[in-house]
Design a protein around this ligand. Structure first.
Ligand code: ZN
Length: 479
């Protein structure tokens, strides 16, 4: 691959990120569940493009019309009449709005106090109504990166489209599943402010980190990233499904290469392309025109009151970089920090720290001991975790506070509880007079090394007294 001078090339790129939120649907109360089973029935519809407000039929819409498609919609028992476009939309989902506000605040956006829900023409049949509802919530924000602030132009809250069905049974027809239709999506646009492939990648990762701190869906297909990209002398191209962070830079370089060769041949077009896994892209359809948006007349203007905004500020989630910084200040090592952030245990950690202030012990009890116990006791890790609930841990740490047990007992007690012992029993310390036991064993087997006594005592009191306690006592008796 060539070494490009991106400034000379006039590289301009913008990201458009779509993230599903972890709530019910945006304009009805149906659950946002993707179904693997069969639909309860199917509906057939024909699509006719209508002109937008400007009176001009969308060029992209015409492109689809040429195909003269019939659409088949698969309906599930988790759908209602709203997804079928047989009932007007309900009031916007308040939880989804709150999460969208979290994202707006974390991306330093200004928030519209009053905003109009719009209909955006959809030409491929992926919406039963022929349009997608979308509402502008935030604008004029930014995200901090190592090369400065990257402007965030717009944040929209919108409904996801229906997803393609497995196969089309008839010629000239397209199958869609209605399970995904209406899942709340947040759309974030950076605008064409990115100037190098590494800036594009870093910005995508930074926005991704912010999204993951919020209540969003996780896993394949829950985030979709598109890239608008152009170089001097070429038309803007949109690359869809620009996902894998490792491939982002390669995709950009290959697109520059492709655009350069188009300029040479004089065949530059505006178009929409699909990102392939090898970093190349392939043609999807022409770029849609401008005649796409008109107001949603079934819904009133959306008011984002001071109360709603204050509530969003009050419940603002912490970013994982902030979490890491906080845990580092608590004196935890990289490994423990990684466990806590990856396993999402920050809140549990903070809660238990209020019971007993020992960062390492708390972090170990949450993230490390369960794994050790699972391996040593041959108990499925999921079962260990199910047993060692926050309540159980709170009880154990309270017992330290009350002087019933010592910090050194924690691992042993958690092991006993994982084996099925009741908490009360596990917390009861066996009345073993360690000093007397040690003297007894020395009398029985005199002149052994300290380690040998340690071994004997460990064998005798395994699971009753922890090793450190035995060693401490031994050190007192044998110098
Ligand atoms: Zn519904």
């Amino acid at each position: 691959m060539e070494n490009y001078d991106f400034e000379k090339l006039g590289l301009k790129a913008g990201l458009e990120i779509h993230q599903q939120l972890e709530t019910n649907k945006l304009f009805c109360n149906c659950p946002s569940i993707l179904r693997k089973d069969s639909p309860i029935f199917k509906v057939k519809r024909k699509f006719n493009p209508v002109s937008g407000e400007s009176g001009k039929i969308d060029e992209a819409a015409l492109h689809e019309k040429q195909k003269n498609l019939e659409f088949i919609y698969e309906v599930f028992d988790t759908n209602c009449l709203v997804e079928l476009d047989e009932e007007p939309p309900h009031k916007i989902n308040e939880e989804a709005l709150k999460i969208c506000l979290h994202i707006c605040i974390l991306l330093n956006c200004k928030i519209l106090p009053l905003t109009q829900i719009m209909r955006k023409t959809v030409i491929d049949g992926s919406n039963t109504s022929g349009f997608q509802r979308t509402v502008l919530i935030g604008y004029d924000g930014f995200v901090e990166t190592s090369f400065g602030k990257v402007p965030i132009d717009f944040i929209f809250l919108e409904e996801d489209s229906a997803r393609p069905g497995d196969n089309s049974e008839e010629e000239n027809s397209k199958v869609y599943k209605l399970d995904r239709l209406g899942i709340p999506l947040v759309e974030i646009s950076t605008g064409p402010h990115l100037k190098t492939p590494s800036q594009i990648k870093e910005t995508a990762l930074k926005i991704g980190e912010i999204l993951r701190a919020c209540k969003v869906k996780r896993g394949i297909g829950t985030i979709r990233q598109d890239l608008n990209i152009s170089i001097k002398g070429a038309e803007r191209v949109e690359i869809k499904g620009f996902q894998n962070p490792d491939m982002m830079e390669t995709t950009v370089l290959k697109e520059i290469e492709r655009q350069l060769s188009c300029i040479k041949k004089g065949i530059c077009k505006k178009e929409v392309r699909k990102a392939n896994t090898d970093g190349t892209s392939s043609f999807l359809r022409p770029m849609p025109g401008e005649a796409r948006m008109y107001p949603e007349t079934d819904l009133a203007l959306l008011k984002i009151s001071k109360e709603i905004l204050d509530e969003a500020k009050k419940t603002l989630p912490k970013l994982s970089s902030e979490t890491k910084k906080f845990l580092k200040e608590q004196g935890l090592n990289e490994e423990l920090i990684k466990f806590i952030t990856e396993e999402n245990r920050l809140e549990d950690y903070k809660y238990l720290m209020n019971v007993w202030n020992n960062p390492k012990l708390i972090a170990n009890s949450l993230c490390v001991y369960p794994k050790e116990i699972s391996v040593r006791e041959k108990i499925d890790l999921r079962n260990v975790k199910k047993t060692l609930t926050l309540d159980v841990l709170e009880n154990v740490f309270s017992a330290i506070k009350e002087g019933k047990i010592s910090e050194n007992d924690v691992k042993l007690i958690l092991t006993k509880i994982s084996r099925g012992e009741k908490i009360e029993d596990a917390l009861k310390k066996e009345k073993i007079d360690l000093k007397e036991e040690i003297n007894k064993i020395i009398k029985e087997k005199p002149c052994l090394s300290k380690n040998a006594y340690m071994g004997l005592l460990m064998a005798k009191f395994k699971g009753q007294i922890n090793g450190k306690e035995i060693m401490d006592e031994l050190n007192k008796i044998i110098s």
